[in-house]
Each structure stands twice: as C-alpha cells, then as structure tokens.
Design a protein around this ligand. Structure first.
Ligand SMILES: Cc1cc2nc3c(=O)[nH]c(=O)nc-3n(C[C@H](O)[C@H](O)[C@H](O)COP(=O)(O)OP(=O)(O)OC[C@H]3O[C@@H](n4cnc5c(N)ncnc54)[C@H](O)[C@@H]3O)c2cc1C
Length: 427
C-alpha cells in the first residue's frame, strides 16, 4: 500500500460488521480497503460465543455453510444460581437444528479471520496490524483516514471499530462512553474432550448448548454464560462496571467463584483454560444508539453504533453487526452521489429490520437493571425449590404459607409489585 491512495470505501475494523460490509462492496465491484489493528482479524475480539446464521444468509445465501462454526445450538438453558444449588430451565428443540434460521456456537478468532479472508476473496484489500489513529477532513467532510504517517482517501469511511468507537468520537458524532451504557465481559475458553462435553450437556454429535445464568455476580447487575464448542467451553461473566467499581469486589474472584460453584464445576471440571480475554459490550439496546450515525463522508456500524440486544435470554450483537454492515454496503451501492449515503444507510437499517427489531426490545434492559434480579430472585427460586424437594420425615408447612414466608424473606410486597410493574412496562 502506498500513501495517499484513494478507494471507494475504507472500512475501519475487521469484526463481523466490517467484514460483512467489505464483502458486499467488493463483491459488487467497489474498491475497498478493510483495515484491522490486530495482527490478524479476530485477534483482538472477545465474544460469548454464538451467531444467528440468518445474518450471514442475508449477506449471501449459503455463506454460513463455509464459515468455521462450532456446534448447532439445540439446547437453550437458563440457570438461576443459589448459594449451593441451581434451578435450570433446559429447553431442547430439535427443530432448531434444521435449515436456516439457526444458531451456532463460534470461536471469534477463526471466525473473524475467515470472514475477512472471504472479503479478501471478493476483492477487498485487507490490511492487518494497522491502527487507524485519525481522520482526514476537508470542507466539513470526512475524506479519508490516517494511520501513523500514512494517509488514505475514500468517498466513504465506515466506522466498524467496535464499542467505544474512536472513529465516531473523532468524527464528533458522539462523546466518551458512559459506564451506564456498557457492560464488561470477561471470558475463558476451557478445553475438554468432545465426548465429555456431549455427556455433560446431554448433546449428540454436532449439537450444542447455550446457557445463560444469573445469581452469580455477587449482587452486581450482570450474568454469566456457557457455550459448548466442539472441543471447548466458552465461559464468562458480564457485569455493570459502575456497580462493580463501587462494590470494591474483585472481578477475577467473582469469575473464580462462578467456576467453583458446584453446579458449574461439574460442567468444566478437568478442563484446561487456553484463552482469557475481556471486552466491553453495549448494554442498553436502542436507548444506547446515538441520535446520529452518520455525517458527510462517514457512517457508523455494529457495536460502534450500539447495535446489541440483550434480553437476558438471548444476546445478539454479531448478527446485528453483520446486518448493519450489509445496510452500509447497500447504502453505498444505492447512492448516486456520496452525500446521499448517510440518509440511505438509515433507510437500509429500517428495510433490513434492524431498527424495528431493536425497537421491540428497547425497554428490556430495564428488567436486567432491577437490582433484585441478580440476587434476591435467584435465591428465592432456589429456596422455593429446596422446600418443594425436601423430604425429611417432618410435617411440612402447607405450600401457600411456606411460599409466602420464602417470598417475604427475600423481597417486600412493595418491591414485588414495583418489579413486576417495571417488567411489564419494559416488555
Ligand atoms: C463477553 C461478550 C459476550 C458476547 N456474546 C455474544 C454472543 O454470544 N452473541 C452475539 O451475537 N454477540 C455477543 N456479544 C457481542 C458481540 O461480540 C459484538 O456485538 C460484535 O462483536 C460486534 O461486532 P463489530 O464488528 O461491530 O465489532 P468488533 O467485533 O468489536 O470488531 C471491531 C474491530 O475493529 C478493530 N479496531 C478497533 N479500533 C480500530 C482502529 N482504530 N484501527 C483499526 N482497527 C480497529 C478491532 O480490533 C476489531 O477487530 C458479546 C460480547 C461480549 C464482550
């Protein structure tokens, strides 16, 4: 690459959003530069571990079949952890294994590398190990990027640089990130033999399980996840950084306590941790999406734009990143002149149903924000379970009376009503 080259589009960041965008633009004959700061695409990225394949199918039918996917998720599990017990909802649906849409567990390093190489295969120029550290502006329009001494020009710059987007901040689209709108995720990949994973999670062949858990973050808003890969388990916790800071608790210890919980230890025992990482994740859904996602010469996609949905039962960031990358590419392809791209991008986000979907889940983060969701309610459910399954030869209390006293022990009537009301309003 020589200095001062001009492209139709420069995409900053080879995560799912950037690679999807570069793939489509290059396939349609545009000259595209996809720049990634990591030594390879995916080397800087952390995710829980599942992708919904409909998004790859939107980029190109059959594309997901070429992707390095791990296991097809047929088991959806929700776990409420108590002090020494756990109540687990295990929903298995073998229809999830058929056709598209479906979801797979993934490992981000190989997935991102594959996706960037697919974009390269379509003709995009992929430059890794390059940190974009500035934008070039002329007459109020972004016309290119700076990377050290190099300057590169384009009709449009696409900021696909992830959460806490330096590019969008540099462009003046939004300011510093707030600890109220993001969570911190820390994650380990724990290797285990294939047959052990299948036995412990009740899986056959290539089937996979996705498990989300609450009640394991020491009272800090957040939760945990476990995803089964072919020969490893992705395990981690996600928590609110503001509350964590105030609590004075050590995050490493919270993760360790989660791993040592008897209901979790039985799943990972004997495994070897081979990877460890931490990353921010946009947390508040549509309310965290900035008012303006473009300016002349620049558009913002993926996590950089805050496109993540977390309902407590599903986490969707990768698919929305891909769809927004596709929306950006469509806008560039449809525009008869560069000044139209931003407006067309917003239309495409509607057409491809990204914004309408986010709207449906706009209030859900309020449920996860209910303080009692992460301690009192999981404890309450576990104590109720303990009551129902304990047989000790004594005369048990009558069920309604026992349940009432268990509820009262953990929450007041007022809290129950206000939490219920918050929940109802949120959904
Ligand atoms: C712990 C955790 C669990 C998650 N679990 C899931 C899940 O199970 N399913 C799901 O769908 N989503 C999940 N998510 C969210 C998901 O990972 C993100 O939404 C998704 O990765 C966003 O993709 P992106 O392409 O927008 O950004 P990213 O994947 O963050 O990619 C941005 C890229 O830009 C590069 N970059 C940044 N700055 C520069 C620069 N200045 N110059 C050059 N390159 C740059 C980065 O190195 C990176 O490769 C999870 C997130 C976390 C943290």
């Amino acid at each position: 690459m020589t200095t001062e080259e001009k492209f139709d589009a420069i995409v900053v960041g080879a995560g799912p959003a950037g690679s999807a965008c570069a793939y489509v633009l290059a396939r349609e004959g545009k000259s595209v530069l996809l720049i990634e700061r990591g030594a390879s695409s995916g080397s800087k990225n952390v995710t829980g571990g599942r992708i919904y394949t409909y998004a790859l199918e939107m980029v190109e039918p059959g594309l997901y079949e070429r992707a390095p996917l791990q296991r097809k998720v047929v088991r959806e599990q929700m776990m409420l952890l108590g002090r020494n017990g756990a109540a687990t909802l295990d929903y298995v649906d073998y229809d999830f294994g058929e056709g598209v849409p479906q979801s797979y567990t993934i490992l981000r390093a190989p997935f991102d590398e594959w996706f960037a190489s697919e974009a390269e295969g379509q003709g995009a120029l992929v430059a890794t190990g390059i940190l974009v550290d500035g934008l070039i502006e002329e007459n109020g329009k972004i016309v290119g990027i700076k990377a050290g001494e190099d300057e590169m020009y384009a009709d449009i710059v696409i900021a696909a640089d992830g959460v806490n987007s330096f590019i969008a901040q540099k462009a003046g689209l939004f300011g510093d990130i707030s600890a109220k709108t993001v969570s911190v995720g820390i994650k380990e990949i724990i290797e285990l033999p294939e047959n052990i994973i299948e036995t412990r999670f009740n899986l056959r062949g290539n089937e996979g399980a996705a498990r989300l858990a609450i009640g394991c973050t020491a009272g800090i808003s957040g939760g945990a996840f476990l995803y089964t890969n072919k020969e490893s388990i992705s395990l981690g916790i996600v928590f609110n950084p503001e509350q964590a800071g105030k609590s004075g608790k050590r995050i490493h210890q919270i993760l360790q306590d989660f791993k040592m919980h008897p209901a979790i230890l039985t799943l990972i025992e004997g495994g070897t941790t081979v990877e460890y990482g931490a990353h921010l994740v946009p947390e508040v859904g549509l309310t965290g999406v900035p008012q303006k996602l473009y300016r002349d010469g620049l558009i913002v996609v993926g996590d950089a734009a805050g496109f993540v949905i977390n309902t407590g039962t599903i986490i969707r960031g990768i698919d929305l990143a891909i769809v927004s990358g596709l929306a950006a590419a469509n806008a560039v392809l449809k525009a008869s002149e560069p000044s139209q791209i931003g407006r067309l991008y917003m239309q495409e986000l509607q057409n491809l149903l990204l914004l309408p979907t986010m709207k449906v889940f706009a209030g859900w983060h309020n449920i996860l924000g209910i303080p009692r969701m992460v301690k009192e309610y999981p404890d309450l459910v576990n104590e109720a379970m303990n009551f129902m399954f304990t047989v000790d030869g004594k005369v048990p209390e009558k069920m309604p009376k026992a349940m009432l006293s268990i509820i009262k022990k953990h929450v007041s009537f007022f809290q129950l009503v206000t939490d219920g009301w918050t929940g109802l309003r949120s959904i």
